[in-house]
Structure formats: C-alpha cells, structure tokens
Design a protein. Structure first.
Length: 760
C-alpha cells in the first residue's frame, strides 16, 4: 500500500484553531514605519511600532515568491523572548526591529507580517520591500538551464545551500529551486568549508570558524590555531552532539576530525592516523608502509557523518575507502572500498573489509557521506583512482551517487540504488548527494570537464520520490570553486529560537471503551526540568474528518508512576488551564471533548481515556510539548488501544521538531501484552509509517526481519515476541503517522495493541 486514506492523515495531523477571542489583536496597533538595508541586498530590517509590545507572543514574516515561481514562500517566525534576547525589542520600548531575510535582490518584494498575541489572537499586515541589485561573482543566476524547474510540488525541498569559493568576499550562497539567489554569507570570507546548523551558516576560513546568522550577524566562534590546527578543509558535517570539522594539524594532513559544540568548543578528536596505526600494529602489519606524517596526504579526508543507530562515525578517505569508527572507543568497525587499492594488501585492514554483494560496485574516491531514511549509506562515488597510495586501484571514468545497505554482522555491503546517467558524467573530485525526504535527492556534480578544454562545469540536479528530475542547472566553474558541495534547506517555516530535533507532539486514534478497551497513553519526562504539556481527548469533532462513530463524550485522567491520579478532565472548558489552552491554539472545537494542561516533573506518566458508552467508539488522544527549549523532553511515548479493521485500527501520529533530524525506534506490540493481564492481545501486529503526504516510508511485520534488527536488539528495544514489529527510522522535521493493523488478514480478529515511540 502506497497511500494511507485521507481520513487517517486528516485526523492525525489536524491542528484545531483557537476560539475567536481576538481582543489583544483588536486592541494593539502595530505600524510598519521604516525599512533599512541589511548586510546584503537579501536582508532588510523593518522598524515596527506597537502600542503594547508586552502582549506580543511572536511575529512571522513571509516573502512571496516571484510570479511564476514554484518555490514555496520563505518564512521566519521570531518569538518574543528571542527578539528580546537579540536586541530586536528592548522592553518597554514600543519599537521592534525585525530582520527579513531571503529577499530577492533588485526586486520589489511582497512581505506579509503576521502578529500573534498571548491570548491566541492574530492579525496580518503587508508591505513592499524594494532591494538593491547584487553583483553575483559566481554566476548562479546566469546558469545554463538544462531543465527548468517543473511545476510539480512533489519535491520535498525548495532551498539549497551551495558551498563554494568562487566569490572573493562571500560564502556560502543560498538559492531556491527556481535558481534565484536568496542569501549570501556576510563574513567577508570565501571558502567551500561550511554547513547550515541551528538556523545559521557555520563558515570556515583558514583556521577560523564563523557563525553567520540569517539576519547577517557574524560571530567568530573560534580560531583553532591554538589547538594545533593549520587549516579547516573540505566539509563540515553533523556529528553525534555537535559539528564535525575536517582539519589539518602540524603533524597530519587531512586525517584529523574534530567534533565541536555550537559555541566552537572541541568535544572529541578522532585521529585517523592513530586509529589506523593501532589497528595495523594489532594485526601484525607495519603502519609506516601506509600512514605518513605531514606533508604527505595519505588519507585525504573529505567528509564525515554520524550514524546514530549504530553509534558509528563514518569517514570518507578519498585515497583509500569509507571507514566506520566506533564513536566511544575510536576503533575500526568496518571498511568499504575498492579491494584493488593499496589498503587491501594489508591483512590487518583487510580483516575489516565488507564484501560486495553481486552487482554492487565499491565506492571510489567517495564524497558527501550521509545516512538515509532507511538507514543506508548514501555517497557520491567519484570514480577516480588514488593519487598517492600505490597501487591506485580502479579508475572508473564516470561518477554516480550510490546507496549501500551495510550488514556489518555478516560483513556484506549491497548497493541498493544508484543514479548513473548512462555512465556519461565524470566529476572526479568534490561533488555531493543528499536525501532530504525519502527518495528526494539533491545531486551536485562539482567538476565536469566540458567538451572544449579547459571548460569546466558544475551541475545541480533535483530528483523527487518518483525518480522524476525536477530541475537541472549548469554553471561555469574552476574545479570545485562554484559548487564544491550543496545541501537541501528548509526555509519555508523557520523558527527562532531553533527547536532541536525531538518528537514534539504525539497523537493516537483508536477505539475508546471501558476497562481494558480504554485508550491509554504513556510517556516519560526525561531530563532535569519540569515539562508543560497539553493532553487532549477528542471525539465529536472527528466527524468532520469522516469518522462515522466518534466517541461522544471522552474523559481523560492523568496518573503518575505510582498510579496516583494527578489530574483529570471531562469537558475542556472546565480545566483550570483553559485560558492557556486557548492561547496556545489547542482548544478543542467541541465542549464535550477533554483537555488539560499539566506541568510535570521528570518521571513516568500515563493518561487514560475512557468513553461513557458500553460500545467502543473512535477517539483521538494527543500530547503536546509546550516546553521545547527546556532541559527535558517527552520520551518513550506509547499508546495502547483496541485494533479491529477499517477505521478501527490503532493510528499513532507524531511530529519531529523544527529542524535537522531525529532517530526514532517505533514498535507495535501485541502478544506479549498477555503477560500484563490483557485477555485479548493483538496476535500479529503489522506496523506501517507514513509521512505527511501519505507516502509509506517504512514499517515492519516481524521485528527480526527488519534491516535494523541488530541495532534494535543491541540497544535494548527488541520486542519479546517474534511476531511483534519494530523498526528504526532517521527522520527530518515533519509530521508522521504510524498505523497498527493485524498482519493475519486471512484470520483477522480484533485485539489490544500497543504503539510505542522511542527517541534514540
């Protein structure tokens, strides 16, 4: 099944509007008084005057696309606290300085402002922002259009950060998928080493690392010369807790990786020279025959990534292989590469080699490592032989993105996808590929020789989940200067402050009855701070989503870990926190529905939803995290309910936070519930996970058949019954739905099932 029904998605992902209480919006006057050019023509500062700034909760700006553009509007939302912290608003002043970024240069931009107030009301205003022209030294907007952006809206991303060094005073650049330039770095540096993180560009120059905020503010985070770094080179990638820098030191060229935090502090150092020397000595080989000190570029590290499911640092060595390093012990787990290269001549290294399955090619000179939705390794296979290590191995003569399934336990790598373009494209150095949403790719060919020497080109190409090419642009370049690497971005709904990756809101739809047929949700507040949550139980309003038998009058009760009831609600308007529920836009539309706001200390909690009728009926239970910036989070989320057929299945919904990605373990439990006293557990649960478009992106029937089964077991998430389901998914920000049904369609019987979500 490729799509879930519209009613499932509509019910799980519904966000109910607040009641029409617009008093603060009516009473507050906000005017747009002036606009001031920012650090670049893509940024403008609006000056606002509000009659009362204390009632403002947040302000959102939206930049309308140019006529004919398929790109989704660019939007940013500033919270009140963020504006105060940044100095945009200094209480009790009535003035607000609001940065607007992502504007088109040399254009009259239509900008809409939406003001949100503490009582849940809102109102809009708009203005025209005319910007100065920008002289583009890289020629991004003068690209040769090999395929114009189609009018399809199926592509998951609309913005692209291009990492290059073609401009003498700016790096990086952001374009949209219509190939319009929308932002450039303002640090006055030119370097291909950078990334996008925490709603900002992190940009290297020599031994220095800068943070460039989208409003144009530049902060020098650190000069790493004091840590024996002589150059930050190639890529900046996401690590376990921070960012991964590839650096040169006084002793080693392109073989040292630093993990740093957001402030630039060094958290961990990985010396590939030390790691590989130790393995070779332990295996009886002489490391001096393979590992060399400066100035010899024996390793040539060009990218890294972190696999959260296996706690592994993956490092690309263009000269040799892709290598997996245990994050905690800094020891080698596996090596994937061309066995005709020099490294394979050493038994100590060969012992870590993954064999290639039939019809699978090894990566040669790989760049841009990443882990995909389905926990596979994605990379750009450049196809170029080694330059220093001899023998140099195969020289394939063409370049292609490739995806591998790694079975480390059985030491086997299987190529599961590629995009070879008839083996006609040769981009021997640099280049990248990244997956944004399942099977949505951005491919960057950085250094393609033209038909007339010394012509060189870079190309950017976008593929949607159906494998359709959505755009294809070509740019003149000198080697990798124009587009060393390119990553997809989401600027259509950016929030300040950034909400880190986490499961924010959860919901489950299922049958609600009495006794063991109640719908029961559980979660843990993990961390050190208390967490404010809104819990809801919906019934009557589900009829608008096509549910024919919604529960008429749900009742919600919250219990702590000792089983003590600490809160309850029947009709939401009677809850002591009803005003706050309205202000946060979470008021149910029917007065018979239940909702309560609770501030909970760290610990385990259960919320039970029952109906007042003897016959079970469909209801929806939800938990909303209102403290996304607290030093705690909702973890180990679960819901237990009755699973039948048709509409009467168990449906879990969850939202992953505003940026980056999150690794989650998702389980569907049935038979083992018998040990908890459930008389009719679901016999054979089947789990399917869908994205917000209704596309199936993962799932499982019997957990031991899942590709992530070893990681599930190693991390203590293995179900106790072989018929139960479990899978690991690496998910970017967005809304998702998990549906639990009975896998035994021939002998379908109802039973009680448990949906579980673990933040991992």
């Amino acid at each position: 099944m490729n799509k879930t029904s519209a009613s499932f998605i509509a019910v799980i992902l519904v966000f109910l509007s607040p009641l029409a209480l617009a008093t603060q919006a009516d009473d507050t006057t906000i005017t747009i008084d002036a606009e001031t050019p920012g650090a670049t023509p893509f940024i403008e500062q609006l000056t606002l005057t509000a009659s009362d700034t204390s009632v403002i909760k947040r302000i959102q700006f939206t930049v309308a696309p140019k006529p004919g553009s398929v790109t989704r509007p660019l939007s940013g939302t500033y919270s009140y606290d963020y504006m105060v912290a940044r100095g945009y608003l200094v209480p009790p002043s009535q003035q607000i300085f609001l940065p607007v970024y992502g504007l088109y240069a040399g254009f009259a931009n239509t900008v809409t402002l939406k003001y949100f107030f503490n009582d849940g009301s809102s109102k809009e205003d708009s203005t025209t922002v005319t910007t100065a022209a920008f002289t583009d030294p890289c020629g991004y907007e003068d690209a040769t259009v090999l395929q114009t952006r189609t009018d399809s809206t199926d592509l998951s991303y609309d913005y692209i950060m291009i990492k290059g060094s073609c401009g003498s005073t700016f790096s990086p650049a952001i374009i949209d998928t219509d190939n319009a330039l929308r932002w450039v770095g303002s640090a006055g540096v030119s370097s291909a080493s950078g990334t996008f993180h925490d709603n900002a560009a992190y940009q290297a120059s020599g031994t220095q690392l800068y943070r460039i905020d989208l409003d144009g503010t530049v902060t020098l985070l650190r000069d790493y010369a004091d840590a024996d770094v002589t150059l930050i080179h190639h890529n900046i990638d996401r690590g376990k807790t921070g960012l991964l820098l590839e650096v040169d030191t006084s002793l080693q060229v392109e073989s040292t990786v630093l993990e740093i935090d957001d402030a630039g502090n060094i958290l961990k150092t990985f010396s590939m020279a030390d790691i590989i020397r130790a393995a070779m000595v332990a295996g009886g080989d002489d490391p001096d025959q393979f590992v060399y000190d400066t100035p010899i570029d024996w390793f040539h590290n060009n990218s890294c990534t972190y696999d959260r499911a296996t706690d592994t640092l993956l490092v690309s060595s263009r000269e040799n292989f892709v290598i997996g390093i245990d994050y905690e012990s800094s020891t080698i787990k596996w090596i994937l590469g061309d066995p005709t290269k020099k490294w394979y001549e050493f038994p100590s290294l060969q012992a870590f080699a993954l064999a290639l399955a039939p019809d699978s090619l090894p990566p040669i000179g790989a760049h841009a490592l990443s882990i995909t939705y389905d926990q596979h390794l994605l990379l750009m296979d450049n196809g170029l032989e080694s330059s220093l290590q001899m023998p140099p191995g195969e020289d394939r003569g063409y370049s292609a993105p490739r995806k591998y399934r790694l079975d480390v336990e059985n030491k086997l790598a299987t190529e599961v996808w590629n995009y070879e373009r008839d083996q006609m494209i040769n981009s021997p150095i640099c280049s990248s590929i990244y997956e944004d949403a399942p099977l949505n790719y951005l491919i960057d060919y950085s250094d393609i020789p033209g038909p007339l020497a010394p012509e060189q080109f870079a190309e950017l190409l976008g593929l949607d989940a159906a494998g359709e090419k959505i755009f294809h642009y070509q740019y003149p370049t000198f080697h990798c200067d124009t587009a060393f690497n390119a990553i997809p971005l989401h600027l259509e709904s950016t929030s300040f402050p950034t909400v880190e990756p986490r499961a924010l809101n959860i919901s489950t739809r299922g049958l609600i009855g009495i006794d063991e047929n109640s719908l029961i949700g559980g979660f843990i507040v993990a961390g050190t701070d208390s967490q404010t949550v809104v819990l809801r139980a919906l019934g009557p309003s589900l009829s608008s989503a096509g549910i024919s038998d919604p529960v008429a009058d749900p009742v919600l009760t919250v219990f702590d870990s000792s089983g003590t009831a600490i809160g309850s609600n029947d009709d939401w308007q009677s809850d002591p926190g009803a005003a706050q529920i309205i202000a946060d836009g979470l008021a149910p539309t029917d007065p018979a529905e239940a909702a309560t706001i609770q501030t909970l200390a760290p610990g385990a909690y259960t919320f039970v939803v029952t109906g007042k009728e003897e016959t079970p009926a469909i209801g929806l239970v939800e938990a909303y995290d209102l403290s996304p910036l607290a030093a705690s989070k909702l973890a180990n989320l679960s819901t237990r309910g009755l699973v039948v057929t048709g509409d009467d299945v168990l449906i879990g919904g969850f939202i992953v936070g505003d940026v980056e990605s999150n690794t989650l373990v998702i389980r569907a439990i049935g038979p083992s519930l018998a040990s908890s006293g459930i008389s009719a557990p679901l016999g054979d649960p089947l789990l399917t996970v869908y994205d917000a478009n209704g596309d199936a992106i993962g799932g499982n029937d019997n957990w031991q058949d899942d590709i992530s089964a070893p990681e599930i077991e190693q991390n203590g998430f293995a179900p106790t019954d072989d018929a139960e389901s479990a899978t690991i998914l690496h998910l970017p920000a967005g809304a998702y739905t998990a549906i639990i049904t009975n896998a035994d369609f021939a002998n379908y019987t109802f039973g009680v099932g448990l949906f579980e979500l673990f933040d991992f």
